[in-house]
Structures are given as C-alpha cells and as structure tokens.
Write a protein that binds this ligand. Structure first.
Ligand code: C5P
Length: 247
C-alpha cells in the first residue's frame, strides 16, 4: 500500500442556515468563545500538525461572499492551509461540485485522499479524521464515510393525506448507521462522481450517495457521537456541553 502524505479537504460552508433562525451566519457563532468555522478548520490543522500530513483546503462559501471570507481567514493560524475559497451553489451537491472543480488547480494524483467535511461539524476529533485517512489509503477502499450506529429505532413511513404519517415498516436497528462527515474519496473517483452528477442533474444530501449511485462500494468508518452538525439554535448549547465532557 502506498500511504499518501497528502490530504485535500473541501469544506462546504455555503448553506443558508435558515434553521438557525438568526441573522448571523451560523459558522460565525461561537461555541465556548471560538467560532464554529475556526473550531472545524483548527481540528484539521491539529491533525496535520501532529501527523505531518500535508493539508490543502478548499472553502466553499455563499455566492458573493468570497472576499468577506478571504478577509476573515487571512489572519488565522490556519490561513496557509486554505488554498482556495470558491462560491457554492443552491444545493449541497452543487457547492461540493464547485469545490471539486477547484481542486483541479492543484493537480491531485488519482489516489490522493479528498475529504468533504461540513464546516458546521465543529466537534470533529483527530481520531475520527485519522481513522478515515487510514481507511481511504487502503488499496481496496475507494470511498468511505464516518458514521455511528443509530441509537434510536427508525420507522419507514408513508405520508397519507387522510390518515397522516403512517408507519410502513421498522428496519433492523443493528443494520442502520447515521452517517456524518468526513466523507472520503480517492480523487479520481470523486472527480468522476461529481462530473457525472452534474451531467445527469443528480442531487443527494450526502456525497457518498453519489458514489453508490454510480456503482462504487462505500465503507463506513467508526465516527463519533459528538460529531454533531450545528443546525438549530439548541445545537450551540449541546456542543458546549459536549466540549465540557470532552476536556
Ligand atoms: O444542508 P445541510 O445541513 O446538509 O448542510 C451541510 C453542510 O453543507 C453545511 O456545512 C452547509 O454550509 C453546506 N451547504 C453548502 N451549500 C448548500 C447547502 C449546504 O455548502 N447549498
């Protein structure tokens, strides 16, 4: 196995944040005094510093906001890791697709590891990053994703106009995983999936669904229950409580 010393990370950060119900961009909200975006990128910097793995990042931001983000990151400790800031689109798939197009400028090798990590998942820990990096560097793994076994029982439902939401079936909980990010690809597979999705107009709420759609096997790598996505106002308080527990 040729173990890469290079990692590319695309941070989709172009969401509208409407579920946060705030005028302020949720990525600039603070969790224990540090902004969400700083926590997210710092976690990857810490992994890079400790492992010696060279990191290049693409930040995908809302249309018209590249200059603003450029000013924001330029004085940060992690500024040199941000190789490119590009505009996203109106869906996550389009935003990540723009990030993948921006990667071409760095001439990645076919086998180079590329992670897509939600900018809003600011409690990502270096062990979860490391497990994903090791997995994607194995010859037989082209695509993998961080995930945890679901703790809850999940119901498949059908929305019925007269009866309301009706249960169709109860999948076996032992076979259900909740996936998070990082979502990880070997570069050539990522490039192919996003190129084909653009041609086909195919959209999905996560990146590895594109790989499944185009016939690639996707492996789940153990994630962390703390790796929550900051989405609604209570997530800030939950993240602060989790951080107290992690320290
Ligand atoms: O919408 P969702 O919660 O799945 O968003 C996950 C991540 O994708 C967030 O970091 C968000 O900023 C990003 N996103 C994006 N472009 C969009 C929608 C979401 O970059 N159009």
């Amino acid at each position: 196995m040729s173990f890469s010393r290079k990692l590319y990370v695309i941070f989709p950060a172009a969401g509208s944040g409407t579920r946060m119900k705030s005028d302020k961009n949720k990525l600039l909200m603070e969790v224990n005094g540090v902004t969400v975006i700083d926590r997210t990128i710092e976690a990857f910097k810490q992994y890079s510093d400790e492992s010696g793995i060279d990191l290049s990042c693409v930040l995908v931001v809302s249309p018209g906001k590249t200059d603003e983000w450029d000013s924001y990151v330029k004085d940060k400790d992690y500024a040199s890791m941000i190789s490119s800031i590009v505009e996203g689109g109106d869906t996550r798939t389009k935003s990540v697709g723009n990030g993948v197009s921006a990667l071409k400028a760095f001439n990645p090798a076919n086998d180079d590891a590329v992670f897509i990590h939600d900018a809003a998942r600011c409690l990502i820990d270096k062990d979860s990053i490391s497990r994903c990096f090791e997995a994607i560097n194995e010859d037989e793994t082209n695509v993998c994703v961080s995930g945890v076994k679901t703790k809850n029982t999940i119901k498949m439902v059908k929305e019925d106009i007269s009866q309301g939401v009706m249960v169709e079936s109860t999948p076996n909980r032992n076979l259900l995983y909740e996936v998070q990010t990082p979502q990880c690809f070997k570069y050539s597979i990522l490039e192919e999936c996003y190129r084909r999705a653009k041609e086909d107009g195919y959209e999905a709420t996560d990146d590895t669904a594109l790989a499944e759609h185009y016939g690639y096997k996707v492996r789940i790598v153990e994630g962390s229950y703390s790796n929550i996505k900051i989405t609604t106002p209570e997530d800030i308080a939950i993240a602060e409580a989790l951080l107290r527990n992690m320290q």
